[in-house]
Ligand binder design. Structure first.
Ligand SMILES: [Zn+2]
Length: 377
């Protein structure tokens, strides 16, 4: 019996795997950082054995509440990931499972590998509507990919920027992005045809390739939380943000969405930038319009629960949304999806799933089109 994690986004440390009924594990911290919560590992050689796997350091994770009422993802074929009962006792996360096959994978959420990322970018570029710019290199030497999606037309175009996965453990953000790209490049989709005619859509499908491949929860190769780097990013510590911020300054921004996952809250929701000193009624109307429209379009999204809005004048300008709204005076929002499941629309087999991420992306594009065509824009 073996536990292994030497693959893309693998993360686990074995304390003791000598007994199948008491496998003791711990999650590895992000490099040069105290954050941890993401795990992804493989168990082999335990077919038919009643196993108990215990993650012993769950209580010290970045969001210990995230493990309350949480159910782990399990897969045999690395395509279908099903939820499996998981218990939290005395700060330890426990999984009781009798593997049906010689090899079984466990993950905090459905992984999205860098190989799949490269497939996504390459597939997108088969469309004549899509072009690519390599913005530069990450600290590990990976490419930082920017896609521009647009169609030839004579109309003046708005610049819509959508970025995902600043926090690499929030892999649902890239599943969302896959759904977004698939819809935008579907030549049969009339909404997408209209969006590409009227807008230049800039997509960073993965803001944090290094953290993704390393199996980090929240930081890049230098241990930096990229969503706290937007005020003064540097090529030395946070080239991902530096390069994207420069590209945004070059194009201008009329709409901005930053896609995330939330460990604790079992809801899809959007956070705005109410804390900005010059937040106006017009800004509030724009945010309310987008959120309200999205809630009408997709029952997985709601507007009741989420982060409390920051009081005016207390915005954190190190975050992407506040910095972008500040620099570009546009609607800038953080979209959060759950690691667990949505309370109002639960799915006991899959929980919050890749398909639901993609469907939410489709709804977000519709809401974006409606917002850009509305009186409040
Ligand atoms: Zn996040």
């Amino acid at each position: 019996m073996q536990i292994s994690q030497e693959f893309d986004s693998g993360n686990i440390e074995v304390i003791d795997a000598s007994r199948h009924d008491d496998i003791r594990l711990q999650i590895r911290r992000d490099e040069q950082s105290g954050f941890y919560q993401w795990f992804h590992f493989r168990l082999t050689g335990a077919k038919g054995l009643p196993c108990r796997l215990t993650i012993t350091n769950a209580a010290g994770a970045a969001y210990p509440d995230g493990f309350r009422n949480y159910r782990v993802l399990v897969s045999y074929d690395r395509q279908e990931w099903r939820r499996h009962d998981t218990s939290l006792n005395g700060g330890e996360l426990s999984i009781a499972v009798t593997p049906e096959q010689d090899s079984v994978y466990f993950a905090y959420f459905i992984p999205y590998s860098m190989e799949r990322h490269h497939d996504l970018i390459a597939r997108a570029l088969q469309s004549p509507m899509c072009s690519h710019q390599n913005l530069g290199a990450t600290l590990d030497g990976q490419d930082l990919d920017l896609l521009k999606l647009t169609a030839a037309s004579s109309s003046a175009k708005r610049r819509c920027w959508i970025i995902a996965r600043q926090h690499p453990g929030e892999s649902m953000a890239q599943w969302w992005m896959e759904g977004c790209i698939e819809k935008l490049l579907d030549p049969e989709d009339p909404l997408s045809q209209q969006l590409l005619r009227d807008n230049e859509i800039y997509l960073v499908a993965n803001m944090n390739p290094d953290g993704s491949r390393r199996g980090h929860l929240r930081t890049n190769a230098a241990g930096r939380n990229l969503n706290r780097e937007w005020e003064s990013p540097s090529m030395k510590a946070s080239p991902e943000v530096y390069l994207v911020k420069q590209a945004m300054l070059a194009t201008g921004v009329d709409f901005f969405l930053d896609v995330h996952g939330d460990e604790s809250l079992p809801y899809c929701f959007i956070a705005g930038t109410e804390g900005l000193a010059n937040w106006s009624e017009q800004d509030q109307a724009r945010l309310d319009f987008y959120r309200g429209r999205l809630a009408e379009l997709n029952p997985d999204f709601q507007t009741e629960k989420g982060y409390p809005p920051k009081p005016r004048g207390t915005a954190n300008l190190t975050m992407s949304t506040a910095q972008t709204a500040h620099l570009h005076s546009c609607l800038a929002m953080t979209l959060e999806m759950p690691f667990k499941d949505t309370t109002a629309t639960p799915d006991p087999v899959y929980g919050w799933s890749t398909q639901r991420c993609k469907t939410l992306a489709h709804s977000c594009l519709q809401a974006m089109a409606d917002y850009l065509a509305s009186d409040v824009y």
